[in-house]
Write a protein that binds this ligand. Structure first.
Ligand SMILES: [Fe+2]
Length: 163
């Protein structure tokens, strides 16, 4: 249990670090910087929230749960790859936005899965809230992309193509 929550904390912090770095992407405009800054702050808050729950479980001596570490660990590894790219400055602005959306989508799936499979109401509530926050991040990024591209160029729908 503790290992899983610790991995979840590590993921939030690592992804927060990615967004914090992306705030300084040379091609980002003010709006995008603000979005990434708020996302970075959110992830740090999430890490804090999980840590509080983790501490509480530790005090209560709850050690077993039905969650598996796999999803969180995968996310942590993928976030590590993206963080490296970001640190090397090798992502274009578009790639950086795509990577952010990819992370949030993966986050959403993992948190949602944990919310469904958990056997502790406190944990389920927490993971549900985290999944909701991921959804908001994704929506924010996608709405930014839609406005910036006016329906052309950078789109996520497979059916639509640039003229
Ligand atoms: Fe988060």
């Amino acid at each position: 249990m503790k290992a899983i929550l610790q991995t979840c904390i590590d993921v939030e912090e690592r992804v927060g670090e990615i967004y914090q770095q992306l705030v300084n992407h040379p091609d980002a405009n003010d709006e995008l910087r603000e979005i990434w800054q708020e996302m970075a702050d959110d992830e740090m808050r999430h890490a804090h929230r999980i840590r509080l729950v983790n501490d509480r479980f530790e005090v209560a001596g709850v050690l077993k749960c039905s969650l598996t570490n796999e999803g969180a660990q995968e996310l942590f590894d993928r976030a590590g790859e993206i963080l490296l790219d970001v640190q090397e400055g090798s992502l274009s602005l578009d790639e950086a936005i795509y990577a952010s959306v990819e992370l949030e989508d993966a986050f959403l799936k993992t948190h949602h899965g944990y919310a469904e499979s958990g056997n502790e109401p406190d944990l389920q509530t927490m993971f549900k809230a985290l999944a909701e926050a991921d959804r908001e991040h994704t929506m924010r990024l996608k709405s930014y992309l839609n406005r910036m591209n006016d329906g052309d160029g950078l789109v996520f729908d497979e059916g639509s193509e640039a003229p």
